[in-house]
Design a protein around this ligand. Structure first.
Ligand SMILES: Cc1cc2nc3c(=O)[nH]c(=O)nc-3n(C[C@H](O)[C@H](O)[C@H](O)COP(=O)(O)OP(=O)(O)OC[C@H]3O[C@@H](n4cnc5c(N)ncnc54)[C@H](O)[C@@H]3O)c2cc1C
Length: 308
């Protein structure tokens, strides 16, 4: 049942508590955007996430296939989790952002459209990608998640592996490490399908020039002129050590994995035994090198955040 303009106005006033203040569109289906909550910033640890939401009543981008909207759902809010990203360097000063110089949260989001004619449950990203600067949305009340730098030491080696927009929390953590004058080496591996999906690349290449202890490695798995390498292949084929200059020594390294569950490769417990997905993900490869997964109750040096 279609809602009236007045009903939509009331629902927006009831749910929306933040404004999209800045929008960068490296690609039609890949956005970096900044959100300012009405009540100001909430405390957060680099690496954590919050939720963003829009009403099911909001329009979707052109090209999104059909959705099944059940009776009674028209007035509901769709919420999804989003890691907080970070611009790292203030373009006005060309220096690292100071903690108090930011009055927004930055997000890095990819559009997931339904490309088929089979209806899917309503999705949020086709609605986000129909927004424009100045539009309103719902911002989660707090930041959550154990994916952060707690437990790392200044001298530790820190390695980030991401696929696609899984780079978002790493940007916030890299900002924290550089701002805190981290002493150990930091390496970030970013894997996307195409080079055009690497929206923060020029920023990271500049950081790698400016900071002796920071290196970045970009992989694009569907570019005709590049080898099809996934983060797992980098380690298995010894390319990671050569390109980063870092030995993956479990006694002094923390590894962060974010994005596609296949890269992460979380094992399942079957009859008290770990069963790893095939082909091997990074957890299996790293555990074989002496790393252990950190859990909310047990310390470890593999940290991960799966996006689905
Ligand atoms: C803790 C956490 C943090 C997250 N942070 C981010 C983030 O910073 N940026 C971001 O783009 N997404 C992030 N996600 C995913 C996000 O919550 C949504 O699932 C995603 O934006 C798609 O939402 P949707 O409603 O359009 O489709 P959904 O119905 O939620 O998902 C439909 C399908 O899209 C695929 N999918 C979901 N997320 C992605 C993705 N990022 N890239 C490619 N395919 C995907 C999956 O196959 C999923 O089954 C995060 C998820 C979690 C759990």
């Amino acid at each position: 049942m279609a809602l009236t303009t007045e009903e939509i106005r009331e629902l927006r006033a009831k749910y929306y508590n933040a404004t999209l203040i800045e929008l960068f569109t490296p690609q039609k289906a890949l956005w970096i955007f900044r959100v300012k909550p009405d009540k100001g910033l909430v405390p957060f640890k680099s690496g954590q996430y919050t939720t963003l939401g829009l009403g099911i009543w909001e329009p979707c981008v052109t090209g999104n296939g059909p959705e099944t909207i059940k009776p009674g759902q028209e007035k509901q809010l769709l919420r999804r989790a989003y890691s907080v990203s970070h611009p790292i360097v203030d373009s006005k000063t060309d220096k690292l952002y100071t903690p108090t110089a930011i009055d927004f949260f930055e997000f890095y989001v990819t559009l997931v459209v339904n490309e088929s004619s089979t209806p899917t449950p309503p999705r949020l990203t086709p609605r986000i990608f129909a927004l424009k600067k100045g539009d309103r949305l719902a911002f989660g009340p707090k930041m959550t998640g154990h994916y952060n730098l707690d437990g790392t030491k200044k001298s530790d080696q820190i390695v980030f592996f991401s696929t696609g927009t899984g780079e978002a929390p790493h940007n916030a953590m890299i900002w924290q490490l550089l701002t805190g004058k981290h002493e150990g080496p930091i390496v970030s591996v970013v894997c996307t399908r195409y080079a055009a999906d690497q929206a923060y690349r020029s920023l990271h290449e500049k950081l790698a020039k400016d900071y002796e202890n920071y290196r970045v490695i970009y992989l694009a798995t569907r570019e005709a002129n590049q080898p099809k390498l996934y983060p797992q292949n980098l380690i298995e084929q010894g390319i990671f050590e050569k390109q980063s200059g870092m030995k993956l020594d479990a006694s002094k390294t923390h590894v962060y994995l974010c994005g596609n569950p296949s890269m992460i490769g979380r094992p399942e417990m079957v009859d008290g035994k770990k069963v790893y997905p095939k082909p091997a993900g990074l957890i299996e490869i790293l555990e074989a090198k002496g790393f252990t997964v950190a859990t909310p109750t047990q310390p470890g040096n593999i940290h991960f955040e799966a996006y689905w």
